[in-house]
Design a protein around this ligand. Structure first.
Ligand code: NAD
Ligand code: ZN
Length: 269
């Protein structure tokens, strides 16, 4: 393991455009459970899974009711607002500040990369702390809308200040398309990158899981080094998409990689 960490640190320092892809596993050490692991939200509460599949239809059928339910019902999402970034998020933010990591594409909706100080973050599945216009895709801070007041005055759903379209949570629900701007920018990052760190994802949710495969397919043009950091092997490991798997916790392995990178930088390599 230590040898692979040293090798990956060297590859990072030499890379031209390194990016990270992240998933729910990166945030479990911040106390946010994943969906289907032993302590997963859906493993413990199958009703929550059924509701999650219905959210998008609910929004399309009756946006007012969708908003009333999201503001009055108990949801696991509220726990996300209190969560703090862990050592894994911090290490990725520091790799960016060293100009080594150029972008994070995350499936997480928890805003923890931003809280850790990462600047270039593409929220592939949206961000819990934003609202998004269903018509024009503009994002807004919920503070601008005072949703509780709209609820009390029976004036939901909130409407876009730009185009008067209906606003929903920025979080991408099941069966909802990935916002086109984020989908396009993520693909551009993947096509540009020569090193990809894949952290804490089972790589089974599509279309996100296509991103490492796209990088691999582009290898005839440009070789991309693909490194997984995950508690368990994934389909990417088994199909030979990744070049190396660092098996363990992202909150331990990412800071070790950062440490090695800092040593190499200090030695002027
Ligand atoms: P997943 O639950 O399918 O897979 C998580 C992977 O991370 C597993 O392979 C697991 O073994 C590994 N893992 C767990 N803890 C780890 C740790 N500390 N270190 C290293 N690896 C660890 O997650 P996914 O692939 O991101 O897909 C789940 C979907 O659910 C995503 O679409 C995401 O949007 C959503 N989700 C998001 C959050 C969040 O925002 N934090 C939480 C739950 C689910
Ligand atoms: Zn709009």
């Amino acid at each position: 393991m230590e040898q692979v960490i040293a090798k990956v640190a060297g590859q990072l320092v030499k890379s031209r455009h390194a990016i990270a892809l992240t998933g729910a596993g990166l945030s479990t050490e911040s106390g946010i459970p994943d969906f289907r692991g032993p302590n997963g939200i859906w493993t413990k509460n199958p009703e929550a899974e059924r509701q999650a599949y219905e959210s998008y239809y609910k929004f399309q059928r009756d946006p007012r009711q969708y908003w009333v339910e999201s503001l009055t019902g108990a949801s696991w999402l509220t726990a996300l607002f209190k969560a703090r970034p862990n050592a894994g998020h911090d290490a990725l933010a520091q790799l960016e500040s060293l100009s080594i990591l150029k972008c994070v594409v995350t499936q997480n909706i928890d805003n923890l990369h931003q809280k850790a100080g990462s600047k270039k973050v593409l929220d592939y599945h949206g961000n819990i702390s934003l609202l998004r216009c269903f018509e024009c895709n503009a994002r807004f801070d919920p503070e601008e809308y005072d949703l509780e007041r709209l609820l009390a005055q029976n004036r939901l759903p909130p409407l876009c200040r730009r185009c008067n379209g209906v606003l929903k949570s920025d979080v991408v629900h099941f069966n909802e398309a990935i916002p086109p701007d984020v989908a396009r920018e993520s693909l551009e990052e993947v096509e540009r990158c020569d090193l990809m760190l894949i952290c804490g994802t089972s790589a089974t949710v599509y279309p996100f899981a296509m991103l490492p495969r796209t990088a691999k397919q582009n290898n005839y043009r440009q070789k991309t080094v693909i490194i997984e950091i995950n508690a368990d092997p994934t389909p990417l490991t088994r199909e030979g998409i990744s070049d190396d798997l660092l098996q363990g916790k992202t909150g331990e392995i990412l800071p070790r990689i950062l440490e090695e990178v800092q040593k190499l930088k200090a030695a002027g390599r």
